[in-house]
Design a protein around this ligand. Structure first.
Ligand code: TGC
Ligand code: FAD
Length: 392
């Protein structure tokens, strides 16, 4: 079992921009990750399992729905706190952060923002406590980057809808108690709904053989004439903007989360390079290694500044979807490149579970793809600055 020697890096004294509460939250999550995640993460990834005790632990540290008001079971925290929580969780592992961000941004957020009062009261407190786990079904086998083309559909049958279709690549699907599902009605309008695990005709096969995000379980959602009670439909949103609004929240969280993974890689590479002797001196003493390390901390610092400012805008409800896309895209690639460079610095040891590098590297190949691929986010920025839509 590798020891977690992580210590954080704050090159531009960003701590001065955080409140005492932010730092307290960060310390709590960091300590929990060191105690409960680092000792088991290697084994969890090697065996492709999600330690069940994480669910209870994540609920206890307030990682499920931290921005949801207390009356619905959340912690009522600000957006900066949410980002910090995601950063600390992803420092442990992207799969762990995935579990928390799906529950918070993709399940609790839509129920809170678009749900009826009954739906909020029924589901949110249980989701906050981890008594219910949720998943989010948008992607389909033939519609990933282009969710508007979805084929999953509902038909009005009086007191209920009949749901048919399939979703794929769904985080947490195989064990989720409820699924937030997006489907087209008979007029072709996208509607959101909660589908409960025990609904007849609803199955959740596991996707096996992933080389990435191995501590996170991924599956399909298959609906064959599933009866969805009308009271399970979200009354307060129609159209693609429903699921895309949830993505704004999750992508924002990812822009913070990947900084955690990048810091873990940088921290490990810095320490290793000072300890590893070749040609009679630490490899940190060679100019080529220093170039790698100097560029890593520069990129991490730029990403920290980007997310901090985005957090301020989010708190003021002024962050645009395009600004969020820029941060998700930039920071995911930043983290992936740092993981690759850190892998080089560790030499052969970089591919072993002795260090967190290869695991982060493989995870980040998913992170740069889900919640909108690297190129989709580039085109969102392109559309924003030119006013011309490249998707049409
Ligand atoms: P378009 O015509 O541009 O827009 C349709 C309507 O949606 C509105 N809209 C948004 N609203 C809120 N937030 C956003 N980010 C929005 N982007 C667009 C838009 O204003 C419009 O509203 P209205 O009122 O006029 O109808 O839509 P399009 O079909 O051209 O698609 C645009 C595009 C490509 C940007 C979008 O489809 C997209 O983002 N595609 C990427 C798909 C994606 O990110 N999928 C993620 C699946 S979930 C996931 O990966 C979870 S991983 C979980 C984990 O484990 O952490
Ligand atoms: P495609 O859309 O087929 O894209 C393939 C390639 O084509 C990409 O490089 C893409 O950038 C490029 N491309 C597509 N369109 C264009 C264009 N217009 N211009 C230029 N290039 C383009 N989804 C959920 O709904 N819920 C989840 O919980 C969830 N969890 C996931 C967990 C994992 C581990 C993974 C891998 C995925 C998950 N996803 C989830 C799905 C994820 O959001 C999609 O994989 C992603 O949106 C890309 O869709 P796709 O894989 O179908 O790729």
């Amino acid at each position: 079992m590798a020891t977690d020697k992580f210590s954080a890096h704050d090159y531009y004294l960003m701590d001065e921009l955080l409140t005492g509460e932010h730092k307290l939250i960060r310390g709590t999550i960091r300590a929990w990750v060191k105690k409960e995640v680092s000792p088991v993460i290697e084994e969890a990834c090697q065996t492709a399992t999600t330690p069940k005790q994480w669910i209870k632990g994540l609920a206890e540290i307030g990682a499920f729905g931290p921005t949801i008001p207390a009356e619905y079971g959340g912690a009522g925290l600000d957006q900066m706190s949410y980002g910090i929580i995601m950063q600390e969780l992803e420092r442990g592992d992207s799969g762990l952060r995935s579990m928390a961000s799906v529950q918070s941004s993709l399940v609790m957020y839509p129920i809170y923002s678009f749900g009826s009062e009954e739906q909020k009261r029924k589901y949110l407190p249980k989701l906050a406590k981890g008594e219910f786990m949720g998943c989010f079904g948008l992607t389909e086998p033939d519609h990933g980057s282009d969710p508007n083309g979805m084929l999953t559909n509902i038909k009005d049958k009086g007191d209920h809808y009949l749901l048919n279709g399939a979703k794929t690549w769904i985080s947490n699907a195989p064990f989720a108690d409820i699924a937030v599902v997006w489907a087209k009605d008979e007029e072709g309008i996208i509607r959101g709904m909660v589908v409960e695990r025990d609904s007849e005709g609803f199955t959740t096969p596991t996707i096996k053989g992933k080389w990435s995000l191995r501590a996170s379980v991924t599956g399909e959602l298959v609906f064959h004439n599933v009866k969805v009670p009308k009271e399970n439909i979200f009354p307060n949103v129609k159209g693609l903007k429903g699921p895309l609004s949830c993505l704004n929240s999750a992508r924002y969280g990812i822009s913070w989360g990947v900084i955690g993974a990048a810091m873990d890689c940088y921290d490990s590479a810095l320490r290793y390079s000072k300890e590893r002797i070749q040609f009679g001196k630490p490899i940190a003493g060679f100019q080529l290694t220093q170039k790698k390390l100097a560029e890593m901390i520069t990129e991490i610092t730029k990403a920290q500044l980007l997310t901090w400012r985005l957090g301020v805008l989010k708190n003021e409800d002024r962050a645009t979807p395009a600004q969020i896309s820029m941060a998700k895209r930039n920071n995911a690639m930043m983290a992936l490149q740092i993981a690759r460079e850190a892998r080089q610095i560790h030499g052969g040891m970089g591919i072993t579970g002795e260090y967190p590098i290869m695991r982060h590297l493989m995870n980040l190949e998913t992170v740069i793809t889900y919640e909108g691929t690297h190129d989709i986010h580039l085109l969102i920025t392109g559309m924003d600055v030119t006013g011309i839509n490249a998707f049409q």
